[in-house]
Design a protein around this ligand. Sequence first.
Ligand code: HEM
Length: 512
Amino acid sequence: MLVNPVKRAYLMLESWFNLSFGTAWNPLYHLGTLSFFLFWVILVTGIYLFIPFHGSLEGAHASVEWMTNEQWYIAGVMRSLHRYASDAVVITVLLHMFKEVASSRFQGFRWFSWVTGIPNLWMIITIGVTGYWLVWDELAQYVAIGSARLMDAVPLLTGAMTRNFVSGEMTDRFFILIEFLHLLGQPLLLVFMLWIHVKRMSNVEINPPRGLAIGTLLGLTVLSLIKPAVSHAPADLTTVPQILNIDWFYLNVYPLLDIWSGESVWILTIVVTVLLMMLPWLIPKKDGEKAVVDLDHCNGCGLCFDDCPFDAITVQARTDGAKFEHEVVVNPSLCGACGICAGSCPSSNPFRTPKGELKTGIDMPQFTADEMRSQTKQTLESMHGEIKILVFGCEHGLNANRLDSEYSKGMSLICSGMLPPTLVEYALKHGADGVMVTGCRQNDCYFRFGNRWTRLRFDGERKPALRGRADRQRIRIHGGAETDKNEIKADLKDFHQHLVELKQAERTEADD
Ligand code: HEM
């Protein structure tokens, strides 16, 4: 499989981060949860800052100065944490977007997550804007005047906002409105929008691994101590500030107002937003055929419901009069066509029908459980070496066929989570000396949970579990992207050597 240059560069970046943080704590694998974490940091520090903050034009700047200079050791640190976590969340959200694009996880059935993500980005930016406003220093003045120009460019609001400033003053009432927006209105709206954003996914994690969270907080605290956030001079609407330190994460459109009209800045913003929202259709990608339920082989156990990463499966009362209480139903518009459900269905057990066609409770039309079994058998029959290793890969990690050698042959599944553990037993029973499962990089499954469920099933911690009778010495998992080919090849070689030694030990034992 060819990897586009953007994806390759991103994979390399992730590899470097893996070297420093390990796959479990790699921030690039936890950008969504890290954004949530930063949001909590902003919320908690914001609540603290609200206590000494004076919510009036007269008192705002002085109260922020007091926090920064007098109580620098608590309120000052809280202020800096609030500022730096806010900057960091823009970085993590932009990287989160970039990652979804680089790994083609934004089109097809994922359009909803993408489209609902964009307003979150804008909401974060506008919360930052009202935040800068509250300090009521020269930067706040710049933001207030710029925002007034932008608002006045909106047809229905014409002139309403500039009226606050033309007389050289801003009213306390208006300031309280901004305070209300920043402290309550916008954050509540953001939480609601985030809920919608992740609504179409199941088992959504909103907390990053503890170590990553602690490390992030520590890093931000150190930065806050080394370079505390400071204000400009107090706002004075009768003068024009000469030097401003703009926060480019939040205030990047404001300098455009020096050269463009408010209307033009709006047009640019709207065009960028619409283009971003349309991206899933501008770079389209077709979903595979959706999962299909066969009630004749479904007992309504609900394992597929538990495993589906995209909330596409529901369990309902039986409709066909069979003796079982429940049945499952697939919603095709939510289905990611990953096949993880087929891997979790107990009826996908290849030993069930040794002679006839293998029919299972939930299956993928493009690669059925029966085809998986027959391809496993055929691949093994085509191998003639002393040691035979069958490699199950997936369509989004390293192409398993690139691991073909005199002792190994690859077979590609849609996702490694599609592999019923019993098929591994079947392969070992039908001539394989060893089975290797590749799939995506650990903690970075294209279908969210495929490789995680596989590991848990193999470790006996998730149903359907690999049975105790399966010889675990002959099974190895090493997920990885196309760019990890050399590492996986080296591990495959090591696995081969291990199987050779096992065979020798068995021979010696038999001779004795
Ligand atoms: C504060 C802002 C955001 C937060 C906290 C956030 C958080 C998350 C989380 C937790 C997930 C679920 C990840 C998983 O469990 O696999 C997710 C998924 C996703 N997000 Fe965001 N997100 C934000 C903004 C955005 C933006 C701006 C975009 C792009 C426009 C975006 C695009 C996506 C997409 C496409 C997915 C689906 C990934 C998949 O199906 O594997 N998100 N986001």
